[in-house]
Design a protein around this ligand. Sequence first.
Ligand code: SF4
Ligand code: SF4
Length: 79
Amino acid sequence: MSQYNLFGRKPLQYADISEISCTACGWCAKFCPMGCIQQRSDGFYTVDEPQCIGCGKCKKNCFWDAIEMIRRTHEEASR
Ligand code: SF4
Ligand code: SF4
């Protein structure tokens, strides 16, 4: 899969789900406009990072604060 999302560049941040805090409820996935939060075979959820636009909707809607937004530098985002 391409490292670029549909906007043609990497966003300055992306979501990362903590395997320790996540309860595998799947609630965050209902808010993702990119549909890039997917359930793994073990039941937990993960973000398809190249498709994430960094909007933060998943983080705002996670009751367990299991999602962290990871910032990229401008250099990383333009690669
Ligand atoms: S809403 Fe939070 S706890 Fe639920 S699946 Fe998403 S990251 Fe995990
Ligand atoms: S930050 Fe936005 S695009 Fe990225 S996984 Fe969360 S809801 Fe989806």
